[in-house]
Design a protein around this ligand. Sequence first.
Ligand SMILES: Cc1ncc(C[n+]2csc(CCOP(=O)(O)OP(=O)(O)O)c2C)c(N)n1
Length: 476
Amino acid sequence: MLQEINSPEDVKKLTLQQKKQLAQEIREYILQIVSENGGHLASNLGVVELTIALHSVFNVPTDKIVWDVGHQTYVHKIITGRREALKTIRKLNGLAGFPKTNESESDCFNTGHSSTSISAALGMARARDLKNEKNNVIAVIGDGALTGGMAIEALNDVGYSKTNMTVILNDNEMSISPNIGGLNMLLSKLRTKKLYTKSNISAKKIILKIPGIGKPFVKVVQRIKRSLKQLIIPKMFFEDIGFTYLGPVDGHNLEELENILSLSKQVQGPILIHVLTKKGKGYKIAETNPDKYHATGPFDLETGKPKKEKAKDYSKAFGEKLVELARKNKKIVAITASMKDGTGLTQFQKEFPERFFDIGIAEQHAIGMAAGMAKEGMIPVVPIYSSFYQRAYDQVIHDVAIQNLPVIMCVDRAGVVGADGETHQGTLDLSFFRLVPNLKILAPKDFKELQDMLEYAVNLKSPVVIRYPRGRRRKL
Ligand SMILES: Cc1ncc(C[n+]2csc(CCOP(=O)(O)OP(=O)(O)O)c2C)c(N)n1
């Protein structure tokens, strides 16, 4: 069936049963490609039904779907005419792994960095209203990306603005590692509230069908239901800040998904649809280790084992030395913005859980908090990928450098990064860090120098940046 899917129109024509079959074929196809080329696996397997449902109910490109981070758009690309081109992903001149407006008119906004979708979608919705147009605008954001400040700032604005738009919260309880934070605690309460919400939806559905009185009446009922909800779900956060909350809905049940998406078209104002999905769905090996298969190199489909064993890299050399230094110096703490494994902090967390802080996909907060800890005598070490350090530029200047605080900022993936495209290249950090006062910038040429520099930085008592590339030591 997949061979006949060349556009969303082809999906719309299918029966529910055929769509289920299509979902199965898409999973097999993605597994085939990613096991050969490498790529983002678990997140894509998790959104197969959600993406089919979105393209069944909405009309891209008139309707705008903004994908947060954008690493989960393989299914969207397959459905929107790029099935064959997906085979070239992660290859020279191949298809991009993230949405690209210059690749297809079905990609309405470029993404790559986390937590941007709600802002962009609100901008598009406001522009639509000013132009007196009528299209739908949808942001699809993961529970991990929701921990980013930009997403929270946008929610704050959307809820208050009463603009017609939809936020689809793709909740798989995972960032790359298990998700953390207060919002995650809120979501876990909501995840179990199935029954009440179903009746909420059907009430709305019925009332909306009554000619003439539908919409105003829904508002009254919603208000009553909202006050009821205070009794049933304490602190109904999303409704309190101005959203109509729909869900939670099983993100692998196509029928339920299509129903809730169709219903959402009739509700006025901002809507948040809480969709529960499983990362790695349909491939047991990834379901059990979703963090390992978030992004992967080529691997053997039968065993899940990488085709090439990973050689020691700079992140690992950094992590090993940090553990050694932290054994001797109790003031050393490590902070990660949701990238524990990628930045080499796995062992540090195991040995020093009380000195390890995963603070969500929140680079600005990571540096702000590091500054506070440094002010109180700790030695914070903050490894963040170069391109994500762009997020924390003001905090590096305002919170760390001007106060001359001893924060050790480790800039991983500095320089040319490769596979993930221009949003992920680490080519700007030298240009922007060199303008910052009080900041020493170090760039090791090999693992040994990186480790020596880390030791030097721990004793320096002033802010320091250590930048190192992705992967292995270069042969000199
Ligand atoms: C600013 C920024 N920091 C870090 C990352 C790296 N990153 C890519 S995906 C991801 C996890 C996203 O989790 P979630 O939004 O829940 O999506 P899921 O993969 O679980 O579907 C992270 C941390 C990024 N893309 N952007």
